[in-house]
Structure formats: structure tokens, C-alpha cells
Design a protein around this ligand. Sequence first.
Ligand SMILES: Cc1ncc(COP(=O)(O)O)c(C=O)c1O
Length: 369
Amino acid sequence: MSDLNLTAPICTALRHLRPDIKAMAAYTPGEQVRDCIKLNTNECATGPSPAVWTTLANLPRGSDGLRQYPDPSATGLREAAAALYDVTPDQVLAGNGSDDCLTILYRAFLTPGDRVACPWPTYGLYDTLAALQGVEIVHVDYRITPQAWELPEALARQGAKMVLVANPNNPSATLTAVDELRRLAERVDGILVIDEAYNDFAPAGSSMIPYLASHPNVVVLKTFSKSYSLAGARLGLLFGHADLVAELGKVKDSYNVNYITQQLGIVALNDRDHHRDLVRSTIVERQRLERGLAEFGWSWPASAGNFLLCEVGARAGELYLGLKARGLLVRYWDRPGLNTKLRITVGLPAHTDQLLVHLRDLLNRTASC
Ligand SMILES: Cc1ncc(COP(=O)(O)O)c(C=O)c1O
């Protein structure tokens, strides 16, 4: 039998790893567990457009779609998105999820020593990408009241080359008005990225896309992971000034959106009825969930997304674990500022019912201990 030390070569390789990568913490995505009621990563419980399934089922066998590389610039998809959002195709870049669009922005704009800023708490990937790019990220606390999370006045004054605002914000689901974002765009001496992952659930008129022409330093991100129910297909879109989008095209991976996803994205975008119904039914269920949770005396800021950030108190961690043991996943962060809260994604009516039954039981047990 060989006495080769199989771990030696990997140790040698690890010695060459960038020290900053070794030192950094990995981004922790929400748990991906099958066969449970999954209310922890803000996917939509209603599936994608039936046209998406038809397209998948009818992908022509023997065609060149899989054998050949996909269209590197996802032309058909960008044309469909441009028509929908009333921009030109050269203002649109497609990404392997909006996370890919974020990576492209960081790589294109930021070099070590630069600074990015975001209101805080927000989407944790902004931090991870800053660490990867060797840039400093400045967190400016939201002005938090029980009903609202307001954008901090000081956000524009951080000397940041790039400012990121998720609108609605994750994890709070709170919305900043476009007028305020336009004022911010005027004050930021750099690029303002508005991450609209949840914007389709917000009232009409909440997107910054119509203001791209008047604010050329603004970039808007959209995702298919939420209101199109295509998180597994990985698709995001970036909207900006055509000159800027052309530069970003140099940074992206050549074939960053695969052939199948490009096809699915086009049919999903074109099925406006399904999209409208999915958004409407999610909002109706969100209101039902809110009525149910009110029974527990919890509060949450007004939600413009498909989730609620509930102020639960000291038992938040225990409730998270109790729900998990019963097959219901919600999101919990054991860190200051968030460790008394649970973020709950809006699911199907049956999910809401189950959640409320189990919460009632868990809370009664805690109370009687
Ligand atoms: C604010 C925000 N932006 C972007 C994303 C990621 O979207 P995608 O699945 O398109 O990468 C998420 C996912 O939860 C999010 O909450």
C-alpha cells in the first residue's frame, strides 16, 4: 500500500493563498434545505410562469443550444428587458444572478484602498465583495423606528466611490422613496447602485429605472430570483448608461448566462399576466401573514417586499430553532441589532397557517416554562 501523504500537496498550495482571502469570513447564504417549509431566503412560493416549464420541456433535442457556447451578450434577453423597461438594449447587462452583476460592478469600479458605503444593516454580500476586492466598506446606520428604516443623511458624505442601497432593503423590506434616492444620486460623488431585488413587490413608481437618463451615475439591479420565481436558474439584470454598460461588459465572464437561462428569462419576462398575479397574490398573503402575526404582539417596519422583519424579543433565537426542529425555516442572525428579530418570507397560505400554528405552540410552551 502506498504511504503517500495525500494532504501535503494541498498544504503547499494553501501556503500560496492570498492572506486576505485566508483571513476573511465566507459569505453565509441562507440555509438551502429541501423538504421543509422554506421561509428563509425570500424565494417566491408560487412557481415560475407555466411558459417557463413549457420552454424547458420543449428545448429542442439535438439542437446546438447546449453543444455550443451561449450568446455572450444575451441579446434576446436584453432586448426583451429593454422593451419592458423602456430603455435601449445597450443599457442592459445580464448576469448570473444579480450577485454576478454586483461582482462585475465591484471589479470594474474598485481597486484596493477605495471605499464603498451602504446603509446598515443590509444585504451581507456587499461586505463579502468588498473584502474580496480589498476595499473598505463603510456602514452608515439606518435611522430605525418601529415603523420605518430611514436612509441616513450621512450616507453621501463617506468619500465612497460606490454607494449601494437595496430598495426595498434586505433584511427590513423597507422602501426609500425615489425622490430621496434622486437627491442622494446628486450628492454622491461616484456611482450609486440601487439594488431592486424586491422592487416588484413595492408600489408602482418605486423603481429608479425611469431616472437613469437624468442621473447617469445611477445603476439599477433587478433579479429573477424573487418575483419571477427563478432563483435556481440564476439570472439578474443591470441597467445603466450605455457607455457604462459597455465598460462593464469587459469585466464580466464571457458566457456568464447559460443558454437555458437566457431562454427562460425571455419567456418569464414576456408572461406579464403571471408576473402580475404572482406579485398580487404575494402581497395579499403578506397582509394575511401580518394579521396572523399581530396576534403575538410583534412589530415590524412597513414591508414593501415579500418578507417581514419581525421584532420578536429575546426569544428570537429559540423560536428560530424551535421552528427549524418542526420543519419550518425562517432567517435569524445571531448578531447585535438583529438578534431579537426574525425575517419571515411570505409563503403560500398553507405555509402561513403552519407557521402560525407552530409559533402559537412554541410561544405557549415558552410562556408556561
Ligand atoms: C438585496 C438583494 N440583492 C441581491 C440578491 C441576490 O439576488 P440573485 O439571486 O439575483 O443573485 C438578494 C438575495 O437575497 C438580495 O436580498
